[in-house]
Unconditional design. Structure first.
Length: 257
């Protein structure tokens, strides 16, 4: 082994010097990345980011679908409850029949009806009418740009609308594909599709409310809601509104509203 000294320092010659050079090369290589390794790392990172974004997108979309379904389910419950509340609260006074007529139309694709009810304070839209629970309520299915909607209109019978004024409309349900009504005929014991008595309420009303499936564009059989509603109140006869006074007594004429 030869040792050569110079002004810089000690320098090794021979096999030991070669081994030192190889060790230095290997040490430098261990702390550096090749282009291929960098490309692989970038690809893995990109794939990881894509997977994270895809998972996030699925979660957000699922949340939106769940929220939409929840809103539609709540809207459906409100619509069905509004229909049943209006029917069970219906009332007719014989002395004021023009104001209390029970009107139905089941000849078109969708049924429609109008009646006067003494509505509870929890009925939709009651805040607009304050202390006027006796209101005429009308239900109908009307087309919009891309769907049919179940619309409810109501107005107090003691506060007639001005000429040209329309009752306040409220959308109860969207994507309506079916709305049918049938009425129980007490004499025959059968359900009839039409009710021609404007001065009399049927004993029971059966209705079905169905919705269009966005996927098929047809009525979803699993989303057809059917109800049978018993009408507790009948027609208040004129003699009950204006009772006959006994002979020799001065009666008081009154009307119930």
């Amino acid at each position: 082994m030869k040792i050569h000294l110079n002004t810089i320092g000690v320098q090794c010659r021979g096999p030991e010097a070669n081994r030192a050079k190889e060790s230095g090369v290997r040490a430098g290589s261990a702390h550096a990345f090749t282009l291929i390794e960098i490309m692989v790392a970038v690809g893995v990172l990109g794939g990881l980011m894509v997977a994270i974004f895809a998972s996030w997108h699925v979660i957000v979309r699922s949340s939106q679908i769940g929220i939409t379904a929840s809103v539609e389910a709540h809207r459906t419950r409100v619509a069905v409850r509004s229909l049943t509340d209006a029917m069970t609260s219906a009332i007719i006074y014989e002395l004021n029949m023009p104001y209390y007529a029970f009107l139905t139309d089941t000849t078109e694709s969708f049924a429609a009806f109008s009646l006067v009810s003494r509505l509870p304070s929890t009925f939709p839209g009651s805040g607009l009418f304050f202390d006027q629970p006796l209101r005429r309520v009308t239900f109908s299915v009307e087309p919009t740009n891309s769907m049919h909607q179940l619309i409810m209109r109501q107005n107090p019978i003691l506060s007639p609308l001005d000429q040209g004024q329309e009752p306040y409309p409220m959308v109860l349900a969207n994507n309506v594909g079916e709305f049918k009504m049938e009425f129980l005929d007490i004499q025959s014991g059968e359900w009839v599709p039409e009710w021609g008595f404007t001065n009399q309420m049927p004993a029971m009303i059966r209705f079905s409310l169905g919705f269009i499936s966005p996927a098929s564009g047809k009525v979803d059989e699993n989303r057809i809601i059917k109800r049978i509603v018993q009408i507790p109140a009948g027609t208040v006869r004129a003699v009950w509104q204006r009772p006959v006074s006994p002979a020799g007594a001065s009666g008081i004429s009154r009307q119930l509203q």
